[in-house]
Design a protein around this ligand. Structure first.
Ligand SMILES: [Zn+2]
Length: 266
């Protein structure tokens, strides 16, 4: 977090993760995990002055192993209860979104697929009920995939603009998004490509993606470094940062990032 601050970073959304070596199966374990994420956010604000906004949910991939160990019915029940708990954090303003939720990015057994869909639907319902966005984990999506996601949200009464497709790896034209919001992986070429496109969209890093592919991980300092590069590029300029860092937060989350002591909402 100190390195993020030193690179110019002041605010970030932090998706929760499993801090234990084994897969999470119980509501108690999710409760510990969410509390840890919230405490990390509080600590970053107190110690480093970085505003960290927690994004909480039981990780959808957990369902794969949980279904095998607990059976579909119990696995789904634990997952739903954990989503409800994440919703309570949002209500209590200890988190700002439900995520990551969605579907495994790899083929799964039919038994798992039957659990994944109602689990995802419940995530959308919780987001609707507590009035916040959902951050979706899924395979890469075509325009049809974006439309399908928007449709799933609409079915439960959630606006498509409340749905963020995280880990978007190519530029998605506005007309191909069906209202769903891409969060782009902050690779240099992709950032250059999307910097001038209309919002809403976000930039992200996958700090702890796959330890087997260390080269694939973008360091936490990447987004602030890209932002500085855009601001200093005479062909672009700091105005370009308004879309991902202010306007998109306002449109998708419904509030404006708090100003820091430096008066910058970046
Ligand atoms: Zn993900």
């Amino acid at each position: 977090m100190e390195r993020f601050r030193a690179a110019g970073g002041t605010h970030l959304f932090l998706a929760t993760q499993n801090y234990d070596p084994s897969v999470t199966f119980s509501l108690e374990a999710y409760a510990r995990q969410f509390e840890t994420t919230w405490l990390l956010a509080e600590k970053a604000r107190a110690d480093v002055g970085v505003r960290v906004y927690p994004v909480l949910a039981p990780y959808p991939i957990d369902l794969v192993e949980a279904t095998g160990r607990l059976g579909a019915e119990v696995a789904l029940e634990v997952y739903r209860s954990a989503l409800d708990l994440a919703g309570r954090y949002v209500r209590e303003k200890k988190a700002v979104a439900i995520g990551e939720v969605g579907r495994p990015h790899f083929p799964v057994a039919d038994e798992v697929r039957r659990v994944v869909e109602p689990a995802f639907r419940h995530a959308l319902e919780v987001a609707r009920d507590v009035d916040c966005p959902v951050v979706v984990h899924s395979a890469d999506l075509s325009a049809d995939g974006f439309a399908e996601l928007a449709e799933r949200a609409r079915e439960v009464g959630l606006r498509a603009e409340r749905v963020i497709k995280h880990y978007t790896r190519t530029r998605i034209a506005p007309e191909a998004r069906a209202g769903v919001v891409p969060s782009y992986l902050a690779r240099r070429e992709l950032v250059r490509e999307v910097a001038s496109t209309p919002g809403p969209w976000f930039l992200e890093t996958d700090y702890l993606d796959d330890p087997k592919r260390p080269g694939a991980v973008l360091d936490l300092t990447t987004v602030p470094r890209r932002a500085v590069a855009i601001a200093q590029d005479p062909a672009q300029g700091a105005d370009r940062l308004w879309v991902p860092f202010v306007e998109s937060v306002e449109r998708v989350y419904g509030w404006r990032p708090e100003l820091t002591s430096e008066g910058a909402a970046v």
